[in-house]
Write a new protein. Structure first.
Length: 141
Protein backbone atom coordinates (compact mmCIF):
# COMPACT_ATOMS: atom_id res chain seq x y z
CA UNK A 1 0.00 0.00 0.00
CA UNK A 2 1.29 3.44 -0.92
CA UNK A 3 0.74 5.84 1.99
CA UNK A 4 -0.56 9.26 1.03
CA UNK A 5 0.68 12.57 2.38
CA UNK A 6 -2.69 13.07 4.04
CA UNK A 7 -2.51 9.70 5.79
CA UNK A 8 0.97 10.42 7.11
CA UNK A 9 -0.01 13.93 8.23
CA UNK A 10 -3.12 12.56 9.95
CA UNK A 11 -0.98 9.92 11.69
CA UNK A 12 1.34 12.61 13.04
CA UNK A 13 -1.59 14.69 14.27
CA UNK A 14 -3.15 11.66 16.00
CA UNK A 15 0.16 10.75 17.66
CA UNK A 16 0.52 14.31 18.98
CA UNK A 17 -3.04 14.19 20.37
CA UNK A 18 -2.22 11.03 22.29
CA UNK A 19 1.40 11.73 23.20
CA UNK A 20 1.36 15.45 24.03
CA UNK A 21 -1.86 15.96 26.01
CA UNK A 22 -0.94 19.52 27.04
CA UNK A 23 -1.56 20.70 23.45
CA UNK A 24 -4.87 22.56 23.21
CA UNK A 25 -4.88 22.97 19.41
CA UNK A 26 -3.54 20.42 16.92
CA UNK A 27 -4.28 20.84 13.23
CA UNK A 28 -2.91 21.02 9.71
CA UNK A 29 -0.91 24.18 9.09
CA UNK A 30 -2.77 26.54 6.76
CA UNK A 31 -0.95 29.84 7.27
CA UNK A 32 -2.10 30.45 10.85
CA UNK A 33 1.26 32.01 11.75
CA UNK A 34 1.67 34.27 8.71
CA UNK A 35 1.83 38.05 8.88
CA UNK A 36 0.61 40.19 11.74
CA UNK A 37 -2.34 37.94 12.54
CA UNK A 38 -0.56 35.89 15.19
CA UNK A 39 -1.68 38.01 18.13
CA UNK A 40 -5.30 37.91 16.94
CA UNK A 41 -5.55 34.18 16.18
CA UNK A 42 -8.43 32.18 17.61
CA UNK A 43 -5.88 29.47 18.43
CA UNK A 44 -5.59 28.16 21.96
CA UNK A 45 -2.01 27.70 23.09
CA UNK A 46 -0.03 25.54 23.39
CA UNK A 47 -0.63 24.50 19.78
CA UNK A 48 0.84 22.28 17.09
CA UNK A 49 0.47 22.67 13.33
CA UNK A 50 1.54 19.91 10.93
CA UNK A 51 2.37 20.36 7.25
CA UNK A 52 3.77 18.20 4.46
CA UNK A 53 6.87 19.96 3.14
CA UNK A 54 7.74 17.97 0.02
CA UNK A 55 9.48 14.79 -1.09
CA UNK A 56 12.63 13.54 -2.73
CA UNK A 57 12.55 10.40 -4.88
CA UNK A 58 15.05 7.70 -5.83
CA UNK A 59 14.42 4.98 -8.40
CA UNK A 60 14.04 1.49 -6.92
CA UNK A 61 12.74 -0.78 -9.68
CA UNK A 62 10.53 -0.07 -12.69
CA UNK A 63 7.63 2.11 -11.60
CA UNK A 64 8.68 1.98 -7.91
CA UNK A 65 10.51 4.87 -6.33
CA UNK A 66 11.74 5.39 -2.80
CA UNK A 67 10.18 8.53 -1.44
CA UNK A 68 11.58 10.54 1.45
CA UNK A 69 8.65 12.69 2.58
CA UNK A 70 9.30 15.70 4.82
CA UNK A 71 6.87 16.98 7.45
CA UNK A 72 7.17 19.96 9.74
CA UNK A 73 5.52 20.22 13.14
CA UNK A 74 5.25 23.84 14.30
CA UNK A 75 4.97 23.99 18.09
CA UNK A 76 3.69 27.21 19.67
CA UNK A 77 3.63 28.16 23.32
CA UNK A 78 2.47 31.35 24.96
CA UNK A 79 5.42 33.00 26.62
CA UNK A 80 4.39 35.66 29.09
CA UNK A 81 7.78 35.74 30.84
CA UNK A 82 9.95 35.67 27.71
CA UNK A 83 11.82 32.55 28.85
CA UNK A 84 10.67 29.94 26.27
CA UNK A 85 10.40 27.06 28.78
CA UNK A 86 6.96 26.07 27.50
CA UNK A 87 8.22 25.91 23.93
CA UNK A 88 11.27 23.88 24.95
CA UNK A 89 9.05 21.39 26.77
CA UNK A 90 6.81 21.06 23.69
CA UNK A 91 9.79 20.38 21.43
CA UNK A 92 11.03 17.67 23.78
CA UNK A 93 7.57 16.08 24.11
CA UNK A 94 7.03 16.11 20.32
CA UNK A 95 10.41 14.50 19.69
CA UNK A 96 9.73 11.86 22.36
CA UNK A 97 6.35 11.13 20.76
CA UNK A 98 7.21 11.20 17.07
CA UNK A 99 10.76 9.89 16.63
CA UNK A 100 10.56 6.35 15.23
CA UNK A 101 6.76 6.27 15.04
CA UNK A 102 5.17 5.00 11.83
CA UNK A 103 2.81 7.73 10.57
CA UNK A 104 0.79 5.51 8.18
CA UNK A 105 0.62 1.96 6.96
CA UNK A 106 3.37 1.41 4.40
CA UNK A 107 5.52 4.30 5.62
CA UNK A 108 8.83 4.06 7.40
CA UNK A 109 9.57 5.44 10.82
CA UNK A 110 9.77 9.20 11.36
CA UNK A 111 13.31 10.48 11.66
CA UNK A 112 14.09 13.88 13.14
CA UNK A 113 15.88 16.16 10.71
CA UNK A 114 16.10 19.59 12.29
CA UNK A 115 14.62 21.82 14.98
CA UNK A 116 14.70 25.58 14.50
CA UNK A 117 13.24 28.73 15.98
CA UNK A 118 10.49 29.97 13.70
CA UNK A 119 9.08 32.96 15.57
CA UNK A 120 9.22 34.64 18.93
CA UNK A 121 7.83 37.75 20.55
CA UNK A 122 6.73 38.64 24.07
CA UNK A 123 3.56 36.55 23.78
CA UNK A 124 4.37 33.48 21.65
CA UNK A 125 7.34 31.29 20.76
CA UNK A 126 7.17 28.88 17.80
CA UNK A 127 9.64 26.14 16.92
CA UNK A 128 9.62 24.12 13.70
CA UNK A 129 10.55 20.46 14.14
CA UNK A 130 11.22 18.73 10.82
CA UNK A 131 10.86 14.98 10.23
CA UNK A 132 11.28 12.66 7.28
CA UNK A 133 9.72 9.29 6.57
CA UNK A 134 10.62 6.81 3.83
CA UNK A 135 8.07 4.96 1.72
CA UNK A 136 8.16 2.99 -1.51
CA UNK A 137 5.78 4.51 -4.04
CA UNK A 138 4.69 2.74 -7.21
CA UNK A 139 3.63 5.00 -10.06
CA UNK A 140 1.82 3.81 -13.15
CA UNK A 141 3.09 4.80 -16.55
Amino acid sequence: MNPTFEQMEDGIIQALRLGVPELKSIETYAGQLDGDELGRLPVRFPAAFVVYGGSEYEPVDGPTFGEEAAFTVVLCASDARGRHEGAYALVTAALDTLVNMIPAEGAGRLRPRRTSLMYTNRQVTAYAVEFTAWADQAFTF
